[in-house]
Write a protein that binds this ligand. Structure first.
Ligand code: NAP
Length: 231
C-alpha cells in the first residue's frame, strides 16, 4: 500500500498521550498505525482521528503480536518511518525500593523496557528502509539519574533503563541515519498521570517534535518540549 506522507507507528495509542500523539501525527499528514493491545480499542481510537489512521493490534509484551505486526507492516508497506514507543505501565507512587514487590518491578520492566526494546528490534529492518527514520522512546524525568530520589521504584528504574537503551540504540544506529531520542512529556492529565497535569495535546507535542526532526536533528538526547533534560 502506498502511504500519503510518512508512515508512523505509535504503541499504546488507544488512550492518553499515545492517542494524542497518533492524532497529531495523522493531522500532520502521516499515515499512522494506531496500535493497542485490544483491537477494539485501536479501532475506536483510530475512528476519531483525522487523515489516515489505521488500527492495529500490538501488545508490546507479547512476542507473537510484535512479530506478526512487523511482518504485516513489511508486507503491506515495506518500510516504517517513525516508531513511537509510548506504551507503559505502573507509576508506582505508593512503593519504595527497600521493600518493592520484585514481581511487580519485573512486570513493569517487561512493558516499559523490554516492550520498547523488542518492538524496536522487530521494526529495525523496516526503519532501515526509510529515508528519514526516527525512533522516539517516551520516557519520564522520573528516570533521570541526575535528580533521582526514592519512591516509584519500578517506574523510575524502568525509565532510567529506557534512557540507557535510548543512548545505546542512538549510538549504534547513527551510521544508519536513524535518530533515536527519549522524550519526557511532562506531567500530563491521563489515567497514569492523574488529574492536575497539563493537557495531553501539550504532552504529545514534544513527542511529535522528536518524531518529525530534520536529518540534522539531535540523536541520543533526552528532551521535554524540544529542550534538553539532564540524564
Ligand atoms: P496511560 O494513560 O496509562 O496509557 C498507557 C497506554 O499504554 C495505554 O494505551 C495502554 O493500553 C498502553 N499499554 C500498556 N501496556 C501495554 C502493552 N503491554 N502493550 C501495548 N500497550 C500497552 O499513560 P499515559 O499517561 O498516556 O503515558 C504515556 C507515556 O507517557 C508512558 O510511556 C508514560 O510512562 C509516559 N509519561 C507519562 C506522564 C504523565 O504524567 N501522564 C509523565 C511522564 C511520562 P491499555 O488501554 O490496553 O491499558
Amino acid at each position: 500500500m502506498r502511504t500519503t506522507g510518512p508512515l508512523a507507528l505509535v504503541t499504546g495509542a488507544n488512550r492518553g498521550i499515545g492517542r494524542a500523539t497518533a492524532e497529531q501525527l495523522a493531522a500532520l499528514g502521516h499515515t499512522v498505525l494506531v496500535c493497542a493491545r485490544d483491537p477494539d480499542d485501536a479501532a475506536r481510537a483510530a475512528a476519531g482521528m483525522p487523515g489516515t489512521a489505521l488500527p492495529r493490534r500490538l501488545d508490546v509484551t507479547d512476542p507473537d503480536t510484535v512479530r506478526d505486526l512487523a511482518r504485516a507492516v513489511g508486507t503491506e508497506f515495506g518500510h516504517l518511518d517513525v516508531l513511537v514507543n509510548n506504551a507503559a505501565v505502573n507509576y508506582d507512587t505508593g512503593a519504595r525500593a527497600t521493600d518493592a514487590d520484585l514481581d511487580d518491578v519485573r512486570r513493569t520492566l517487561e512493558t516499559n523496557l523490554f516492550g520498547a526494546w523488542s518492538v524496536t528490534q522487530a521494526f529495525l529492518p523496516l526503519l532501515r528502509r526509510s529515508p528519514h527514520p526516527r525512533v522516539v522512546n517516551v520516557s519520564s524525568e522520573s528516570g533521570s539519574l541526575a535528580g533521582m530520589g526514592g519512591g516509584t521504584p519500578a517506574y523510575g528504574v524502568s525509565k532510567a533503563a529506557l534512557n540507557a537503551l535510548t543512548r545505546k540504540l542512538a549510538d549504534e544506529l547513527r551510521p544508519d541515519g536513524i535518530l533515536v531520542n527519549a522524550v519526557c512529556p511532562g506531567w500530563v492529565a491521563t489515567d497514569m498521570g492523574g488529574p492536575g497535569g497539563r493537557p495531553v495535546t501539550e504532552g504529545a507535542a514534544g513527542i511529535v517534535w522528536a518524531a518529525t526532526l530534520p536529518d540534522s536533528g539531535p540523536t541520543g538526547g533526552f528532551h521535554r518540549d524540544g529542550r534538553p533534560l539532564a540524564w
